[in-house]
Design a protein around this ligand. Structure first.
Ligand SMILES: [Zn+2]
Length: 280
């Protein structure tokens, strides 16, 4: 499932190819993804110039000239594929096709169809129901230790669950929450309200560092954030604890033969990976 760094690299790939281009053709090959695509979507988008591509949480925002904004979400399996030159014949899971005035084709492919395409306008964007309740961007200036401590103060849930709550911080998923808690040295089962002061600051720093490193890995392993096959984003990235049950954790003194190494914990039906020796 794409997490924030993957969505960010998809946005950067789209920006490099789309900003300043006009969308001359929009083809909806089915009327819905997870939800119906708004009536009039193609008509509202066709002929418009792409002014900017931005990201909010895991939403891709395509700002068009004159005010319309496309809100796209990759869901569980969504992919954006760019091809230059004549468009290849669409495949079974190619649901939406855009074509630019310089001859590029952008295909939204989504095998499981948990993705989403919505349409709003510049003036209504901030208040849009999908965006209005979101917490601060983890890489934004207003995500500080003090802000996180305040958001956690009354939460009696485990810190792992609190960080997945999009009202606390926007866009974090299972993988990067595990990674961030490891780097901050915080036990995922700890009560969220107890993460205050310097620990909240350390957690914010860990979240930002982990996300930035992942985005940088995407940038260094892809050319303009595009894979050789034209697919945007996604990249091989190594994790410190995620998916590494029983292995020694990096930079830690725990001995897998004595302690069992990295442990896996199920919280709210999701796996959390952590070092019981180091995370308190
Ligand atoms: Zn360890």
């Amino acid at each position: 499932m794409p997490e924030l760094p993957e969505v960010e690299t998809v946005c950067r790939g789209l920006a490099a190819r789309l900003e300043g281009r006009r969308l001359v053709r929009v083809e909806l090959r089915r009327p819905d993804l997870r939800e119906p695509i708004p009536a009039g979507f193609a008509a509202a988008v066709r002929g418009r110039r792409v002014e900017a591509i931005r990201r909010r949480a895991k939403y891709i925002l395509i700002h068009l000239d004159g005010g319309p904004v496309v809100i796209a979400h990759l869901g569980m399996s969504g992919r954006m594929v760019i091809s230059d030159g004549p468009a290849p014949p669409p495949g079974r899971h190619d649901h939406v096709v855009f074509e630019t005035d310089d001859g590029a084709t952008i295909t939204f492919n989504d095998a499981r169809r948990f993705g989403l395409l919505d349409l709003t306008c510049e003036a209504a964007l901030a208040g849009h129901p999908r965006l209005a309740g979101l917490g601060p961007e983890p890489l934004g200036a207003d995500f500080t230790g003090a802000a996180l401590a305040l958001a956690l103060r009354d939460r009696r849930t485990p810190i792992k669950a609190a960080l997945l709550d999009q009202r606390v911080v926007a866009g974090l998923g299972n993988i990067y929450v595990s990674e961030s808690l490891f780097h901050a040295g915080i036990d995922p089962a700890r009560m969220a309200a107890s993460v205050q002061g310097r620990q909240a600051s350390r957690l914010v720093a860990a979240i930002r560092r982990v996300l930035r490193a992942a985005i940088a890995a995407g940038g260094s392993s892809l050319r303009d954030y595009v894979q050789a096959n034209g697919e945007l984003g996604y990249f091989q990235h190594s994790f410190a604890v995620y998916g590494r049950t029983g292995q020694p954790c990096p930079g830690c003194t725990c001995d897998p033969t004595l302690t069992g190494g990295i442990a896996r914990l199920i919280q709210a039906n999701r796996s959390t990976f952590y070092c019981p020796h180091r995370q308190r």
